[in-house]
Design a protein around this ligand. Structure first.
Ligand SMILES: Cc1cc2nc3c(=O)[nH]c(=O)nc-3n(C[C@H](O)[C@H](O)[C@H](O)COP(=O)(O)OP(=O)(O)OC[C@H]3O[C@@H](n4cnc5c(N)ncnc54)[C@H](O)[C@@H]3O)c2cc1C
Ligand code: FES
Length: 269
């Protein structure tokens, strides 16, 4: 691991060097094994010579992960799943909380390919929005940033979906990309549908094996680890009747993760 840095009041960004991750698509995820605790699926928040994950400590695995120091070892599998497909010229990205993480490399990719990008960053308060300095660098590259906070400490006061109707009235978008809490994604899906704008959304389910063996990430007829985590509007239509319903009981297969093909990552690897 190269570095661990606190990037908001509630998130840490962990950078590491890994060849496979340097070729990942924005939106793909990795499995990070925290010995004796958990194996945690994490979106890649940075893709390149250095890869990164941006972690919110919510339980024992993620808490232990965030306490790691540069030079220590982490175990990584992946990248897995389907990432975001870059389409159209004018793009609207909507991220809530740690859902902002996978949208950062996507925004960078879209800007580098000469597309127009508007990025909505939403959180409870200004100091809980991850990766703000990186967002400000994107702004200098021409990305339009729109902040939304529940307490009004930065940008619009409200939730991510509040400024959407106005934004969609003012500009035409070819594609919406979103990641964040499921309730937010659900609302954005219906707004995109009403405005006839194609949408891609990254969904979270309980990912255990990540290689389509255990079924714990099932959502309808799809597996999030194989068919997602990014789904397009045709697939999202299938979820209209099952939004918010829990997936299968996790832990169908015992013995993971020690039997899986981890790469040990340490400083300078
Ligand atoms: C595709 C995907 C991408 C993700 N990307 C990020 C990210 O970029 N940053 C981030 O902070 N979090 C991300 N998460 C959520 C993260 O994986 C969980 O917060 C983490 O696994 C919790 O582990 P824990 O041991 O700390 O918590 P636990 O105490 O085990 O559980 C705390 C909470 O996390 C959920 N959780 C636990 N294990 C898993 C698992 N294997 N799969 C999914 N949810 C789990 C539990 O349902 C519970 O609500 C992502 C999840 C998925 C499915
Ligand atoms: S986590 Fe998707 S099938 Fe096991």
């Amino acid at each position: 691991m190269e570095s661990v840095e606190r990037d908001s009041n509630i998130t840490y960004t962990i950078r590491f060097r890994d060849e496979a991750c340097s070729k990942a698509e924005p939106g793909q995820f990795v499995m990070i094994w925290v010995p004796s605790e958990n194996e945690c699926p994490m979106s890649l928040s940075e893709i390149g010579a250095l890869a990164a994950i941006t972690v919110r400590p919510v339980g024992r695995g993620t808490e232990k992960l965030c306490k790691k120091k540069a030079g220590e070892t982490i175990w990584v599998r992946g990248p897995y799943g389907r990432g975001f497909a870059t389409k159209g010229y004018s793009n609207l990205l909507v991220g809530g909380g740690t859902g902002i993480a996978p949208l950062m490399p996507l925004a960078e990719k879209l800007v580098e390919s000469g597309r127009r990008v508007t990025l909505i960053l939403a959180g409870q308060t200004a100091d809980t929005i991850p990766l703000l300095p990186r967002a400000r660098r994107l702004e200098k590259q021409g990305v339009e940033l729109i902040y939304v906070t529940e307490d009004g400490s930065l940008g619009f006061k409200g939730v991510a979906t509040d400024p959407l109707s106005n934004i969609l009235k003012e500009s035409r978008f070819d594609q919406i990309y979103t990641c964040g809490p499921e309730e937010m994604i659900k609302k954005i899906y219906y707004i995109a549908k009403a405005n006839k704008i194609p949408i891609q959304a990254s969904l979270e389910r309980y990912i255990k094996c990540s290689i389509s063996l255990c079924g714990s990430c099932a959502i309808g007829r799809y597996l999030v680890c194989r068919d997602g985590p990014v789904f397009d509007e045709k697939q999202l239509k299938d979820f209209e009747s099952i939004w918010g319903k829990p997936a299968l009981k996790p832990g169908l297969i015992k013995g993971f993760p020690t039997e899986l093909p981890f790469r040990k990552i340490h400083k300078g690897a």
